[in-house]
Design a binder for this molecule. Sequence first.
Ligand code: IMP
Ligand code: MG
Length: 173
Amino acid sequence: MRIKETLLQHQEITERVNTLGQQLTKDYAGKKPVVIGILNGAFIFLADLVRAVELAVEVDFIRVASYGQATESCGSITLTKAPELDLTGKDVLLVEDIVDSGTTMAWLQDYFTTEHQPNSVKTCTLINKNERRAVDVPIDYIGFEIDKGFLVGYGLDCAQSYRNLPQICALGE
Ligand code: IMP
Ligand code: MG
């Protein structure tokens, strides 16, 4: 598959990420949230987002396996890199690149709530794709609502390619 069209220019992404950062700054005032990026896709979004938050934050990463080389979720999820910080009593913010079926985010919310003892768990995604949502999962912070196509760039990949594009594009035949 090759790039069909650009859906979000880098400037639009930057502006939206800065707005999300300001919102988080207000919502987490007086707290020190632990921002947890879901590898690999969230690494660029998280890097920009935490720099737009004017609070002390802690940063950690996790990795889950669910997608493989295909563009369809296989539905089964395994944690391949656990968080390393002690999350007891902490305010956890999960940062994802894109929520599609919702399977990954729902699994992660359950994992953090049952396997750790955080004070709170909230979710943030750069892109929310509602059209294929199969699991109802609350998303607290959404960058963009985009339903069309398979997206790449700004951290999002197709079989590990395109992550370094500054903009977000849809793939096509
Ligand atoms: P879900 O479990 O179906 O919500 O899938 C979430 C994961 O699938 C995300 O973390 C992405 O890695 C991947 N994914 C879903 N849609 C896309 C897409 O359009 N482009 C790239 N990755 C995607
Ligand atoms: Mg991902």
